[in-house]
Design a protein around this ligand. Structure first.
Ligand SMILES: [Zn+2]
Length: 173
């Protein structure tokens, strides 16, 4: 059985080296929708795959990207300096911030969160099935476990600006 939990965030980016000049040469933003799809072949005592309360850390992760600039680490020094100078909330990413890049990054990070989740209600073989990232209402990218073969980074390669970490303690208005 599959369950799906939806998260949202608003963020800005440039997707360098993509085909469209619109996307590769203009800072612009999207209202992202992230679907986390989880599977299990058995149910817990509450007749659930798992309670969504166990995904609180996934929400906290996605919230870190909200109202942020997604900065690809491959940007040149001038662009990086500009982004950090004029933005409080910056996520520096080891992958380009395309929908595919986000889907891969979120699959990688959510999979780690899920493995560490404390399932104590008789949950069965709970697995992250896939992560979909919708960049627009008409298109999404979906990452599956086999796509982890594309991962050439570690969690430490995802850099959250100090303002993002500070906001976690006391969200700014
Ligand atoms: Zn875009």
């Amino acid at each position: 059985m599959h369950i799906r939990k939806l998260f949202r965030f608003e963020a800005a980016h440039v997707v360098r080296e993509c085909t469209s000049r619109h996307c590769r040469e203009n800072i612009h933003g999207h209202s992202y929708v992230v679907e986390v799809i989880i599977s299990s072949d058995t149910l817990d005592r509450g007749y659930m795959v798992m309670d969504f309360v166990l995904l609180d850390k996934v929400k906290a992760l996605v919230d870190r990207f909200d109202h942020s600039y997604s900065l690809w680490r491959g940007e040149d020094a001038g662009m990086k300096a500009f982004v950090y100078r004029y933005n409080r909330r910056v996520v520096e990413m080891p992958v380009s911030p395309s929908a595919e890049g986000y889907a891969l990054l979120f699959f990688f990070l959510v999979d780690k969160i899920l493995r560490e989740a404390e399932c104590k209600n008789g949950e069965g073989n709970v697995q992250l099935h896939s992560v979909r990232v919708h960049e627009t209402v008409t298109g999404y990218a979906e990452a599956f476990r086999e796509d982890l073969a594309l991962v050439d980074f570690t969690p430490d390669d995802v850099l959250f600006s100090s303002a993002i970490l500070d906001d976690e303690q006391a969200p700014s208005p």
